[in-house]
Design a protein around this ligand. Structure first.
Ligand SMILES: [Zn+2]
Length: 203
């Protein structure tokens, strides 16, 4: 999965980390892992008390950010990348408006949290707060974090967020982007519920 993120251009070099909830804590990529070459030994298991349960390498420096995301019991996996379109959005806006109905899978409008230094408690706190009501958040001058019920779900959310950011940037370059109204979003959610289309957070 790490290699897939690298191949998609969502992670450059060591810039990114993923984790999955396991019985005794979270399994998370170690610090300094090159995603394009990631192997099983590059993942460690860390308990709630931050002690290494399994593995030899130091966990990602964004460990606190990952744990903050797991405050939501529905979250089974977390993906953090330095995805370029998400970063570009963070430079021109404090939010990604709901420009496409598929964004409702992520929670609709996506918040851009203010810049905090990587690995800092402040970054973990603002990110955790934003993820309490959405499956995605953009970190200003930094990247993006998405959550999912499992790793495949969280990775799919990263790809969807990057796609929506790209659409928004294209529209902004051409004019003032329109966004889906709350009524339109509610209609989509109602249709999704009626047809059983997967939704975690309603708009
Ligand atoms: Zn980062």
């Amino acid at each position: 999965m790490c290699r897939a993120l690298a191949a998609d251009g969502l992670v450059k070099g060591t810039a990114g980390n993923v984790s999955v909830r396991v019985d005794d804590g979270i399994a998370i990529t170690a610090t300094g892992v090159v995603f394009a070459e990631a192997v099983a030994d590059d993942v460690v298991i860390v308990g709630e008390d931050r002690h290494l349960v399994l593995g030899h390498l130091a966990p990602s420096s964004e460990l606190d950010l990952h744990f903050a995301a797991y405050a939501d019991d529905a979250v089974g996996a977390v993906v953090h990348t330095h995805a370029p379109a998400a970063i570009a959005v963070s430079l021109v806006s404090d939010r990604l408006p709901c420009v496409h109905y598929q964004q409702l899978t992520l929670g609709g409008e996506i918040e851009v949290v203010p810049f905090s230094v990587f690995g800092s408690p402040e970054l973990a706190e603002t990110t955790g707060d934003a993820l309490s009501s959405a499956n995605a958040v953009i970190l200003a001058h930094h990247g993006a974090v998405t959550t999912g019920r499992d790793l495949a779900d969280a990775v799919a959310h990263t790809a969807l967020l990057e796609w929506a950011c790209d659409i928004y940037l294209r529209a902004r370059a051409a004019g003032d982007p329109a966004e889906l109204s709350p009524e339109q979003q509610a209609d989509v959610v109602a249709a999704a519920v009626a047809t059983g289309y997967g939704q975690k957070h309603e708009a």
